[in-house]
Design a protein around this ligand. Structure first.
Ligand SMILES: CCCCC/C=C/CC(=O)SCCNC(=O)CCNC(=O)[C@H](O)C(C)(C)COP(=O)(O)OP(=O)(O)OC[C@H]1O[C@@H](n2cnc3c(N)ncnc32)[C@H](O)[C@@H]1OP(=O)(O)O
Length: 395
């Protein structure tokens, strides 16, 4: 078995032409009409979009597309395994079979995401599109990006609103990560300005919606959130959070996708989803139980238990806690030294550490966003947000 799989890998590496039948038109021919439901328009668009790609995405990606396509249209692989010498079909079968029981809808979503990541500038079915690295976004004061000494720093800079993240800030962060992933920096850091790291999602994101557009707006917010979290899942360089103060909601949940988290002893970590009538996002429904065990994760994600920095460190969410008085000096001295390490080695090591989880994280992210979309339309969520806006409750 190992020998055959090694042979398959070698074939992929040295004989790419043998995999030509993983090619897009084949994928399209197999499209089943009965599979058309809900977001299937997006899926169909993605299949068509793929045909317009100018650049060959490479066999690894085509194999992934093939597997997702089969899973999305036919469900889990239950065809007989091709013989050991039928390398091409066996490679395809392996890729499909590796998706296990991934739900059809998730496979469809992942397929659409993958296609859209291959052609950021082409037509997408999403109303809110992820920003491409070469897309010029307006200058922003709320997300300040600087790059120096091998470190790209993305600073949330809205201190009067406790660095709450607006819709345009989500897009700016996606854009900043995309640029940072290919700039000449070695590591990327996210931090906050002022006393707060961030108070999470700006709750007014949900309030300026014209009547009759609530469902559409929830759908768009779900797409934006999915793109936002995907840009953390896929970020290729070491990603470090410098948590300078209290952190709430989405900025806490995505910490499970960072490589290192440094916190001031003034920082706290709070995910008040139940109080807000919402549900976990940022892949925390998977990463938190994995990092801290299911019961500690439940206290945070279900009951909104706020952790001190030291508690978060004891539970593995935070790497190290520093006294507030020396936090900035100690952390930046350390990060400057890390940024001198060989960048390719760091990138390759991160890939080794993270790659086995990526597919799973994308599926979890898609599922969490679908669930949240429903929560945003719930009465529980709407009244919690109205309470905050009208200052009846402060968390
Ligand atoms: C695309 C959509 C994706 C959605 C992804 C979903 C994510 C889920 C989450 O992130 S859930 C978490 C949401 N965040 C909160 O619930 C925090 C709400 N804020 C507070 O509880 C408090 O403001 C505080 C504890 C963070 C800080 O309290 P403090 O007393 O120090 O300060 P103020 O309350 O007076 O706040 C100062 C001003 O900042 C505004 N503000 C703070 N946080 C938010 C926020 N999250 N959204 C919008 N606005 C926020 C606050 O309204 C004050 O503004 P004002 O001076 O104009 O009154």
């Amino acid at each position: 078995g190992a020998l055959v799989s090694m042979a398959g890998r070698l074939m992929r590496r040295w004989c790419p032409s043998l995999l030509q039948d993983l090619h897009f038109p084949v994928v399209q021919l197999h499209m089943s009409r009965t599979a058309m439901r809900a977001s299937e328009k997006d899926f169909e668009n993605a299949v068509n979009q793929l045909k317009l790609l100018k650049k060959d995405p490479g066999n690894e990606v085509k194999l992934k597309l093939y597997a997702l396509y089969k899973q999305a249209t036919e469900g889990p692989c239950n065809t007989p395994k091709p013989g050991m010498l039928d390398f091409i079909n066996k490679t395809k079968w392996d890729a499909w079979s590796a998706l296990g029981s991934l739900p059809k809808e998730t496979a469809r979503q992942n397929y659409v995401d993958l296609v859209s990541s291959l052609s950021p500038s082409s037509e997408s079915s999403s109303q809110i599109k992820p920003a491409a690295a070469d897309e010029k976004l307006p200058e922003s004061e709320n997300v300040v990006v600087t790059s120096e000494g091998g470190i790209t720093k993305i600073m949330l800079n809205r201190p009067t609103k406790r660095n709450a993240i607006t819709t345009s800030m989500y897009k700016e962060i996606i854009h900043a990560l995309k640029v940072a992933s290919t700039d000449n920096s070695t590591i990327t850091v996210i931090t906050g300005s002022g006393d707060y790291y961030s108070s999470g999602n700006d709750l007014t994101n949900f309030t300026a919606v014209p009547p009759g557009e609530i469902e559409e707006s929830a759908k768009n917010a779900g797409i934006l959130l999915r793109d936002f979290v995907n840009s953390f899942i896929d970020f290729p360089k070491p990603l470090i959070a410098v948590v300078n103060g209290p952190a709430v909601g989405i900025v806490v949940t995505i910490l499970g996708l960072f490589d290192v988290v440094y916190a001031s002893d003034r920082a706290t970590f709070h995910t008040p989803f139940s109080e807000l009538g919402q549900s976990p996002e940022g892949c925390s429904s998977y990463t938190f139980p994995k990092i801290m065990g299911p019961t500690k994760a439940a206290e945070m994600l279900l009951f909104g238990k706020k952790l001190t920095a030291r508690e978060a460190c004891a539970q593995g969410l935070v790497t190290e806690v520093f006294p507030e008085s020396t936090f900035q000096k100690e952390v930046w001295t350390r990060l400057k030294a890390y940024a001198k390490l060989p960048p390719n080695s760091l990138r390759i090591s991160k890939e080794l550490i993270r790659s086995t989880e990526k597919e799973k994280l994308h599926a979890i992210n898609a599922e969490e966003c679908t669930v949240l979309q429903g929560r945003w339309l719930s009465e529980e969520c709407m009244s919690a947000i109205l309470n905050f806006i009208s200052r009846k409750s402060k968390l």
